[in-house]
Design a binder for this molecule. Structure first.
Ligand code: CIR
Length: 253
């Protein structure tokens, strides 16, 4: 179960964030509204949400998930692979001091963006993507080992982040899309397959007794409901335009 979440309000510069999506420029005002709806969904799941102020210097800083990996026993500051995102970690360290007594850190040349990290109980799957390299994954695993956790690397081909295509919904249920449908490391999960035309909906988040699902993907929504979950739908269309999804918008711990 999670108790807390940290989010960051989108900045006006947000519309100039990194993207490969080809869906046009995000609408800033709509993004602000959707962000508030997202916060409300987290609150509905029982979380205490800390809202950090917009940071104009970093257009992608609302995708706060990529700055740290937070667990019950430790906080690990990441080292984003995207050059324009590296500075996002500075302030996060200060913020995390009010929650954790020791804070670990991944150092260059290792890079890790925690959009590439999926927690399954005490194990952490780490996708090797264009943003997360082998050195970064190895550092992450060795820090996790110190706290009694385990980790393993997953080779990736197509997607931005591991959690672009896979989401753990607890109870051994895994939402999966594309290259992850036949990933050997995931063969013991009960796979809930995401159809090609709803690939964006592979990025859902389990939060306590709910699954938060992006609005507009009815087949995925029905599959999650059929698997026995209570769902909350949130429209994140403006974040999708920057390759972002539900998981990226918060740190949950
Ligand atoms: C980026 O390319 O870094 C941002 N525009 C999107 C980050 C998405 N983050 C995530 O999946 N954890």
């Amino acid at each position: 179960m999670f108790t807390n979440a940290i989010v960051r309000t989108p900045s006006k510069s947000f519309v100039n964030g990194i993207t490969t999506a080809n869906l046009g420029l995000p609408d800033y005002n709509l993004a602000i509204k959707q962000h508030q709806d997202y916060i409300n969904a987290l609150i509905m799941c029982g979380l205490k949400v800390k809202v950090l102020p917009a940071d104009e210097e970093y257009p992608d800083s609302t995708f706060v998930e990529d700055t740290a990996l937070l667990t019950k026993k430790c906080a690990i500051i990441s080292n984003p692979g995207a050059p324009t995102r590296k500075g996002e970690i500075k302030e996060m360290k200060q913020v995390l001091k009010s929650y954790y007594s020791t804070i670990e850190k991944v150092e260059s040349p290792g890079t890790v963006e925690p959009g590439d990290i999926m927690m399954v109980g005490d194990h952490f799957y780490i996708g090797l993507s264009k943003r997360t390299n082998e050195d970064g994954a190895a550092q992450m695993i060795s820090i996790l080992n110190k706290y009694g956790y385990s980790g393993s690397a997953i080779f990736m081909k197509d997607m931005l982040h591991l959690k672009t295509g896979v989401a753990y919904l607890e109870n051994n249920n895994l939402l999966a899309f594309g290259e992850f449908l036949h990933e050997d490391e995931f063969k013991n999960f009960n796979i809930i397959e995401i159809d090609d035309d709803e690939s964006y909906a592979a990025n859902c988040i389990w939060v306590n007794n709910y699954v938060i699902v992006p609005k507009g993907f009815p087949k995925t929504r029905d599959k999650i409901v059929d698997a026995g979950y209570s769902i909350i739908e949130v429209d994140v269309s403006e974040f999708r335009k920057l390759d972002g999804g539900l998981s990226c918008l918060s740190l949950r711990f």
